[in-house]
Design a protein around this ligand. Sequence first.
Ligand code: FAD
Length: 344
Amino acid sequence: ISEPIETDILIIGAGPTGLFAVFEAGLLQLKCHLIDALPQPGGQCSELYPKKPIYDIPGFPEVLAGDLVDNLMEQIKPFQPGFTLGERADTLEELEDGKFLVTTNKGTKHIASAVAIAGGLGSFEPRKPLLENLGQFEDKGVAYIIRDPEYYRGKKVIIAGGGDSALDWTIFLADLAEELTLVHRRNEFRGALDSVEKVQQLKNEGKVKLITPAEVVALKGESHLEGVQVKKTDTDEVIDLDVEEFVPLFGLSPKLGPLADWGLEIEKNAIKVNNSLDYQTNRPGVYAIGDVNTYPGKLKLILCGFHEATLMVQSAYQRIFPDKRYVLKYTTVGGVTGFDGSKK
Ligand code: FAD
């Protein structure tokens, strides 16, 4: 059995929030180690939409999600975080000295003075439509996640859903697909108003076919999807469409997985934290930051995760060095330039 990995702050989840926490901790000369169940860092940005542009990262008018992750990795490099990738954090125990022991599903042990859970949505479980032969076409014309939009270039595509991801991808694929249809079971969309207007505009320009209120009721094809049947739910009219790709974007059903058994207060599948102070959970020394947490007014956005990570490390510092007083410094002045992780 190998020795446990020791660090100051153990971060569960290497999504954008977990990665940025390494930077903020590094400024305070705290070491971090990250665990992620996925084989690569980046969380939702890498797994769900690496090629999609993001427009609300301060200072970046537009950045691809995958590039944001690459930049975050570059930014934290000087602090040399450790990574345990492809392993799920399964258990959390408090040791006699107040430190925490976290063990993964593969038995890797980690000891840390503070634990920051940045587990996002937990494990990714897409919500699937109830269609008889859906399984037959998975990865053969049916996908729940758009990993590479280029794959859809020149193809006949149908997207289903009424949230942000259905709208965002409709806008993005409008220029790539040969034919693009969006179906939604309601006439109203849940996504950002801006995106709804853009989709409406694409419809008017003839770039997107919009069918509402409607749902896909049957899939057709042999070894690969060749067509779908769409039923208008107001008139019961059934429309046959020749499509090669069906992308139902009904969201991800949040599954906290093992984190739900760590003795933490859970509300609506998220971990309750103290947001008036430091994003600590009901277990002192265990924090929850980013999409995984909840508090009044919570927004699941990357920039909110960055903010939470920044405040969390301040509190972790106080916990680890109760007698030291940390004085906030800016990154470009006195003492903390260079970011090589050494004491200055
Ligand atoms: P995540 O990115 O979800 O990362 C969490 C990580 O934790 C995952 O990698 C997961 O594998 C890991 N994990 C969970 N449980 C465990 C465990 N027990 N052990 C080990 N690892 C674990 N936000 C914006 O701000 N702007 C946008 O334009 C935007 N567009 C979006 C478009 C789409 C299609 C989607 C799906 C989301 C979008 N978001 C956007 C939301 C944004 O991606 C999330 O807010 C962000 O990814 C949250 O980051 P996070 O680090 O908290 O969690």
